[in-house]
Design a protein around this ligand. Sequence first.
Ligand SMILES: NC(=O)c1ccc[n+]([C@@H]2O[C@H](COP(=O)([O-])OP(=O)(O)OC[C@H]3O[C@@H](n4cnc5c(N)ncnc54)[C@H](O)[C@@H]3O)[C@@H](O)[C@H]2O)c1
Length: 371
Amino acid sequence: MEKLRVAVIGAGMIANQAHFPALKPLRDAGLAEVVGVADIRPEAAAETAARHHVPNWYADPQKMLDEMHPDFVAVCTPNVYHKEWTIKALRAGAHVACEKPIAVTVADAKEMWDTAKACGKMLFPCQCMRWRNYMQHSRRMVENGELGEIYYSDIAFIRRYGIPTWGMFHMKEHNYGGPFCDLGVHLIDSLLWIVGGPKVVSVSGSAYRKIGNKGEEVLLSLAESGAYAGTFTPRPYDYREFNVEEFAAGFMRLDTGMSVNFKFSWAINLPTTNLDMVICGDRGGLSLNNETLYRNVGTYQAETKLKWFDNGAYKGVPFEQHRYMYENIMDTLQGKRPYLITEEENLEVTRAIECFYRSAELGREVAAAEL
Ligand SMILES: NC(=O)c1ccc[n+]([C@@H]2O[C@H](COP(=O)([O-])OP(=O)(O)OC[C@H]3O[C@@H](n4cnc5c(N)ncnc54)[C@H](O)[C@@H]3O)[C@@H](O)[C@H]2O)c1
């Protein structure tokens, strides 16, 4: 395969801290080169190009597509622009890796997948959490039948005071939603994958904004808000622009009869739980956070501490999931193995997003069939 000519659209935190570092081994191995980076903020594009030794930077992504003709584009913009740049990049003849959530409505996601097919190109959603060691082990445990028939899960990602302040996460017009889009889609995607891909039947959800728009005293830690590897060219933050939810909670029904209780937060007066997933089956229950299997031994209730060895090459590296993701992308482009995330699975996560926001708006359960 010829060297992949890569371009990046959106030169913010995730491009700098996850995509460029993940591309580096591929560039070093002569498998890929990065030909350009674009951002509507020219200073972000220029700084990113200088930092990662990219020969061209643009303030207009379309100009970059027209001039550089990349084979592959990483779309790392805020959520609202994912569809636009994914479709334009596909039409310009590139395969696309699009950050999560690729879209917030099923119709938009379908349009993106259909465009990829029509253009004969591949679309790689960056639902990178699946590559986390504990997710991979959990999936294996479920596949091996350790939990029996699964019928319930509790998922939570509680940042007590961890509002992202470096970009446009807090602005509906740029990012669409708050922690449900930021954290929730990771957990929902991983959970549905771990338990074998059930379909979303309905969601009943609530979205709250009680703290984020009140003042600056809630902005306690950049690292806690998800930029644990730092930011380079942050946009100035103004809490008065905060108009998404800061807390999302609810209940989801799946077509296997399974139900899921969820809560995701950037700011709430609850204990922090960085990532919590409990999966219950009729033979056993699994807590990812505690790395514990709950299963009776004879007539005794027993708790087994699991030793989940991490033999991955990128253990402990910031945004290590993106490294495994790019290895999978390269292998897929070379025809060696399929990508871990399918269109069908991705549409299910999008369905959950659309049902959740519609439910929160209407104040009632919303069925997937209504979308
Ligand atoms: N997979 C993960 O673990 C993970 C983690 C963090 C963020 N993300 C996703 O990555 C995306 C970006 O997040 P981030 O933290 O890098 O945000 P960011 O604000 O740091 O970066 C986004 C960049 O896009 C630029 N931009 C805005 N509108 C644009 C447009 N129309 N065209 C081109 N560029 C535009 C901004 O100027 C900014 O530099 C979001 O979709 C987010 O959900 C994913």
